[in-house]
Design a protein around this ligand. Structure first.
Ligand code: DGP
Length: 112
């Protein structure tokens, strides 16, 4: 499958890893939009949030547990922004489910 993030999972493309366990990988975004910009992905290929099924319930809980660990490791006690872009209108460029952790930057309440 021609998926950049699957290639990162299987080591074909290098990445700057910040966290890894059996089900989840996290690495620094190649185009950081904040001083901390980590991408958290399931190792399993899932296209986006809307492609999740009940079978993935445990995986999603696991991803959120990893997000808590990573946020702590990255020193984001003061907060962070968590984003998952979905589909064309959501601006999703890589069609493999991922969560952006954006930190060490003061965000506002506005989206745009
Ligand atoms: P999105 O627009 O939500 O699909 O975000 C995809 C992000 O993935 C974008 O911020 C740039 C990042 N990205 C794309 N290709 C690579 C890559 O090869 N390595 C890393 N580390 N990040 C990548």
């Amino acid at each position: 499958m021609d998926c950049i993030f699957c290639k990162i999972v299987n080591g074909e493309i290098p990445s700057d890893k910040v966290y890894e366990d059996e089900f989840v990988l996290a690495f620094n975004d190649i185009q950081p939009a904040a001083p901390v910009h980590v991408l958290v992905i399931p190792k399993k290929h899932i296209e986006s949030v809307v492609a999740l099924t009940e079978e993935d319930d445990k995986l999603i809980a696991h991803i959120f547990k990893a997000i808590r660990v990573i946020a702590k490791e990255q020193g984001l006690e003061n907060g962070f922004r968590l984003v998952s872009n979905v589909g064309a209108d959501g601006g999703q460029s890589v069609k493999h489910l991922h969560f952006h952790i954006l930190g060490k930057k003061q965000f506002t309440e506005n989206f745009g």
